[in-house]
Structures are given as C-alpha cells and as structure tokens.
Design a protein around this ligand. Structure first.
Ligand code: FAD
Length: 286
C-alpha cells in the first residue's frame, strides 16, 4: 500500500472547504469500495477526506410526499427505518438484500451511487422513485435527476471538488425491488430490477422500471414502460411488453454471469417485479 494523507472534517462546510483546497482529495464514506480500490492500487497517494463525521450528512427525513436521505445514511439505517419500509418498499428491499449486516453497517447510500457500479442495488430502487441527487461544492449547490447522474461504469457527473450531500425521492406504496445473486447473502447482483406502478382500475397510469447489471449503468427500461402505459395489466400484455428489453438492455459477460444468461432472466425478473409491485407475488397481474 502507498502513502496516504488523511483529512478529518466534522461538518459539511469543512469537507467542502477541504475539497476546494486540496488538489489530491479522495472522498471516503463507509470505505467498503474505497478500501478495495486502495488494495487493488487503483487509488494511490491521495488525501482521503472522511465524510462520516459530518452529522448533517446522515439521516432520513419525511417531507410529506417525498423523503430525503443524507449521503452518509447507511444501508443499515435504511433497513431499520419504518418510513423506508412503509413508504419506499423497493429501497427497503434493496437494503435488506444488500451484502451482509457488517457491510450494511458501513456502506452508505451516497457511496453506493457515487461508486457508479452498474450493480448498485440502491440506485435501481431510487431510479424508479424519481430520485434527485443534491450535489454540493464550496459555495454552490445543484440538483441532478438520478437518471442523468451516471455517465458510465464508475463514472458520474461529479466534479473533483463536489460531493453528493443528499438524495430526495417520491414515496410509493406500489413498488418492488428484486435482486438475482449467485447466493442469498453477500452477493453482488447478477441482475436487479425495480418497478414503481400506478394503476387506475386495471389500467397502467404510470410505470417506471429500472434494471441494474444489464448495461454500463443502472438504467430505466423505456421500451417496456412504453409498451405497458395505458394498457390493461394482464399476463399476456406483460409477456408482450417485456420483449422490449431487447432494446432496453445490453448485458455483457463478467465473472458473475454471461450476457446471454442475463438476457434470458431479465424478462422473468421484470415480470416478477411488476407482479410484486401490484402485491401479487406469485404471478398473475390482478
Ligand atoms: C463484501 C461486500 C459486499 C457488497 N455487497 C453489495 C451489495 O449487495 N450491493 C451493492 O450495491 N453493493 C455492494 N457492495 C459495494 C459497496 O458496499 C457499496 O457500493 C457501498 O454502498 C459503497 O458505500 P461506501 O459508503 O462504503 O462508499 P466508499 O467506499 O466510501 O466510496 C465509494 C466511492 O464513492 C465515492 N463517494 C462516497 N461517498 C460519496 C459522496 N457522498 N459524494 C461523492 N462521492 C462519494 C468515493 O470517493 C468512492 O469513489 C459490496 C461491497 C463489499 C466489500
């Protein structure tokens, strides 16, 4: 391991000031990705700026129709939040199926999205909840839709002196997240899917579908959404709609699965997640 400097900061302003001042800053939150990056020598000779002691960056706030979570809110915080379990079930399901209790205790939501892995579980759930990312640097603040936040594998819109400070998303009572891993715990997603559905009677009034681990970034499945919008939600309609995944996803082979396998399971996962969002776990859209 190479030499690292380390900067503690106990407030958001102190962190933003350090990022404005240091040319070699590298932000660390829970460290679950950063430590591996250091061991793999992907990050060398940097000044690590720790986010975890800024109390204002952590917490879950009920705003009425939306919820705001601070960037250093941990996956474990989400898992134990009644608000998240009741009003954003897809995100809660992403949290409870994430890694193991020790990792969930350290890993943060801000770190999960900023790391920009195509397999980031919270990103898939947050994307169907219309999440907006608050990004700050010294003296400036901007908001970016999560759909526009990712630029590629490991790449985001963040500049070197910017951090994610919060994520705000809409509440939903009709959403679900499903993860396919190689085992039940401690598994990075082979593929994951989240659905957020609004029905008027049997008809789809609004639907958002996102998938992870099937493209360079977590992404919305626009073709499938379009095929379902305004339609009566029936098994045959869903079966036809999920054919649109051919255009929505472009999975590759990696150590966890082949692209061909991912293409085969994607329609099954999306179908199951639609049923789950309707509250019909065992199949059948009604
Ligand atoms: C054993 C193990 C199991 C895992 N299982 C899963 C899993 O099931 N699902 C899953 O999605 N991931 C999983 N991961 C990956 C990892 O735990 C997550 O991506 C985690 O959420 C990262 O959060 P962190 O706080 O640890 O980020 P860190 O490691 O501290 O940071 C990650 C990256 O984001 C940057 N960063 C962190 N916070 C911010 C911020 N607020 N603003 C700007 N940049 C920031 C850092 O500079 C770094 O580049 C696993 C990792 C391990 C080691």
């Amino acid at each position: 391991m190479k030499n690292f400097a380390y900067r503690e900061a106990d407030s958001k302003d102190a962190i933003l000031a350090a990022l404005a001042e240091l040319k070699d800053a590298y932000v660390i939150a829970g460290g679950t990705n950063v430590m591996l990056n250091i061991l793999d020598k992907k990050v060398n000779d940097r000044t690590l700026v720790n986010l975890r002691n800024a109390k204002e960056l952590r917490g879950i706030k009920d705003n009425g129709e939306t919820i705001t979570i601070g960037a250093t809110t941990t996956i474990s915080d989400l898992e134990h939040s009644e608000l998240i379990a009741g009003e954003a079930k897809a995100l809660w399901q992403a949290a409870v199926s994430f890694a193991d209790p020790t990792t969930r205790h350290s890993a943060t939501v801000g770190g999960n999205i900023s790391n920009a892995s195509p397999a980031a579980d919270t990103a898939t759930a947050l994307m169907v909840l219309d999440a907006v990312v608050t990004i700050e640097k010294k003296g400036a603040k901007r908001e970016v839709a999560l759909t526009d936040f990712f630029k590629g594998v490991g790449k985001t819109v963040l500049a070197a002196d910017e951090i994610v400070t919060a994520i705000t998303f809409k509440k939903s009572h009709n959403c679900a997240f499903i993860k396919l891993g190689l085992r039940n715990a401690m598994a990075i997603s082979v593929a994951n899917v989240a659905v957020n559905l609004v029905k008027q009677g049997d008809v789809v009034k609004d639907i958002k579908i996102a998938m992870g681990s099937v493209a360079p970034t977590v992404r919305r499945c626009a073709e499938v959404e379009k095929a379902l919008l305004g339609k009566k939600l029936e098994d045959a309609v869903i079966a036809e709609a999920v054919k649109g995944l051919d255009k929505d996803i472009s999975p590759i082979d990696d150590i966890r699965a082949t692209g061909k396998y991912r293409k085969q399971v994607a329609p099954v996962l999306v179908t199951r997640a639609i049923y789950a969002a309707c509250g019909c776990k065992d199949g059948g859209a009604k």
